[in-house]
Design a protein around this ligand. Structure first.
Ligand code: C2E
Ligand code: CA
Ligand code: CA
Ligand code: CA
Length: 279
């Protein structure tokens, strides 16, 4: 039994050091990726449920490591957050997304808000609003064509700071969206204290609305309550016509998901937008 215990210990110790060294390597690779500009943004349309029009685009960070191939955002973004690298990476995302939005606007391909995801670490930087203001000025994108997406947990983590930063963002004129709604601990009534334009129901609640009455009830209730508070609602991760039909029945405003399009590289989105304009 003693031996087994020691073996176990050695097993965990070596597992732990593997985890730690993997993490360090990934962090160093991320640092290098930023220097070598290995990041790219993909864009996913946000669709008005009643009209089918594109009413927004969301920028999604992608990393194609030249040695290891594409790395999932859910793998590298937490490491970027823990190491603080998300601050310079996030500034790059903001600038690139706004420049792209303004390029499509000036070509008359699309003129809708560009949604950009923000991490808590970026939110904690006193310079966040200065960066946003600089990027808008440098790119020429009107403030109301930028939407900052914050998760519910980021908002609830420090409500005082959140209120200050969001009020500042509203003074600049940018839109505010709540991402992954339903996964954190908050209520719509509480969220109403913040200047929120829109909330996005998390994909985990949408996935099974066709088969799980509880999920359907949750989604329907979120939509109804948000509308009572005059907040727009977008459903994330819509993949089927059946889901879309149910959301339409509940008067959900907009959706995002593979049913319309996966996130696309800028060139592919450009082609899609040109096709839509020609049609
Ligand atoms: P998110 O903001 O909730 O983004 C939605 C995620 O769902 C994206 O995954 C998107 O590709 C995926 N998705 C969209 N439609 C569907 C669908 O119909 N079905 C399914 N199964 N998935 C769908 P992705 O691109 O892997 O991003 C994962 C997360 O990484 C994002 O979740 C966001 O939290 C974070 N992220 C992405 N880009 C950035 C960024 O620039 N900055 C920060 N801080 N976080 C980012
Ligand atoms: Ca998002
Ligand atoms: Ca989300
Ligand atoms: Ca998510």
């Amino acid at each position: 039994a003693k031996d087994a215990g020691r073996n176990n210990y050695q097993f965990y110790e070596s597992r732990l050091s593997t985890l730690v060294s993997t993490r360090l390597t990934l962090e160093n690779r991320l640092r290098r990726a930023l220097e070598r500009q290995e990041f790219e943004l993909y864009y996913q349309p946000q669709v008005d449920i009643a009209s089918g029009d594109f009413i927004g685009l969301e920028a999604m960070l992608r990393w194609n490591d030249p040695d290891e191939g594409p790395v999932e955002p859910d793998v590298f973004i937490p490491v970027a957050e823990d190491s603080g690298l998300i601050v310079p990476i996030g500034a790059w995302v903001l600038r690139t997304a706004c420049a792209q939005a303004e390029a499509w606007r000036s070509k008359h391909l699309i003129d809708v808000p560009m949604a950009v995801n923000l991490s808590a670490r970026q939110f904690d930087e006193a310079s966040l609003l200065d960066i946003v203001a600089d990027v808008l000025e440098d790119t020429g994108l009107p403030a109301d064509r930028l939407e900052l997406e914050l998760t519910e947990s980021l908002i609830m983590r420090n409500p005082e700071l959140t209120a200050d930063v969001l009020d500042g963002a509203k003074r600049l004129g940018v839109m505010i969206g709540v991402d992954d709604f339903g996964t954190g601990y908050s209520s719509l009534a509480y969220l109403k204290r913040f200047p929120i334009d829109r909330l996005k129901i998390d994909r985990s609640f949408i996935a099974d609305i066709e088969t799980e009455p509880d999920d359907a009830a949750i989604a329907e209730t979120i939509i109804a309550m948000a509308h009572t508070l005059r907040i727009q609602v977008l459903a994330e991760g819509v993949e089927t016509v059946g889901q879309l039909r149910m959301l339409r029945g509940w008067a959900c405003d907009a959706y995002q998901g593979y049913l319309c399009s996966r996130p696309l590289p800028a060139d592919d989105m450009n082609a899609l937008l040109k096709g839509l304009r020609a049609a």
